[in-house]
Design a binder for this molecule. Structure first.
Ligand SMILES: [Zn+2]
Length: 230
């Protein structure tokens, strides 16, 4: 990584998408932050026109700056769809500066909009990872989640209402109710009858036996005691 003098208001640091340029001091809106520089490529020269990399910056139809050189610290600045800086292109001077378009606080990443051509060629296919786009994606996700929760609650309310209505309908309709009771009674009579028959078969024997024996004894006893008394 190229060394940056401590007098500069920025440093290279880790960003979400790799490396980025971060403010180390407050940068006032309108300040020239850094120059974007590199060899000038002339599109009229076939061999220079053939050069291709992600750091080419077009000055005009003829001239392009190849910013891929190591010394060009400005190449670390990432793209943002909602940037705090912009590229100030001066074709006549063949120079590009990155200028703050907002007050930038220390620690903030410095960004500028790379432009439609770059966006379409490199960012759109993989999805832009800038903070603005990430926020938009997160918001959409949260909205979809909220929608799902709302729909679930709606479905549950509907199901509950349906169940309540069913219960009420049964209670309110006497004909239906009576028919139900009748069929219930039939079913229980049949089941109860079977149960009773089974119960009788089991209890028939012991009950009379016990009754008979007790009655006989007590009768005898009573008779005996009466006889004694007499
Ligand atoms: Zn974006």
């Amino acid at each position: 990584m190229p060394a940056i003098p401590p007098t500069k208001p920025y440093r290279i640091g880790r960003s979400k998408t790799g490396l980025g340029l971060f403010a180390t001091k407050p940068i006032k809106k309108g300040t020239k932050i850094i120059r974007y520089f590199g060899p000038l490529l002339d599109s009229k020269k076939a061999d220079e026109d053939a050069i291709e990399n992600k750091y080419l910056f077009e000055l005009d139809k003829r001239w392009t700056i190849d910013g891929s050189i190591r010394e060009n610290v400005a190449r670390y600045i990432n793209h943002s769809c909602k940037p705090n800086a912009e590229s100030d292109v001066k074709p006549r001077k063949k120079k590009i500066f990155i200028r703050a378009i907002k007050d930038i606080e220390p620690g903030e990443e410095i960004n500028y909009d790379y432009g439609t051509d770059y966006f379409k060629a490199y960012l759109k296919p993989i999805g832009c990872k800038c903070e603005a786009c990430e926020k938009k994606r997160a918001k959409k996700k949260a909205e979809a989640r909220a929608d799902r929760v709302l729909q679930k609650a709606k479905d549950e309310r509907k199901a509950k209402k349906k169940a309540e209505k069913l219960t009420k309908d049964t209670a309110r309709d006497p004909a239906k109710d009576k028919a139900k009771q009748r069929s219930k009674a039939k079913a229980s009579t049949k089941a109860g009858g079977d149960a009773q028959a089974r119960g009788k078969a089991k209890s028939r024997r012991p009950v009379p036996t016990v009754g008979k024996r007790v009655k006989t004894r007590s009768t005898v006893k009573t008779l005996t005691s009466r006889a004694k008394a007499a």
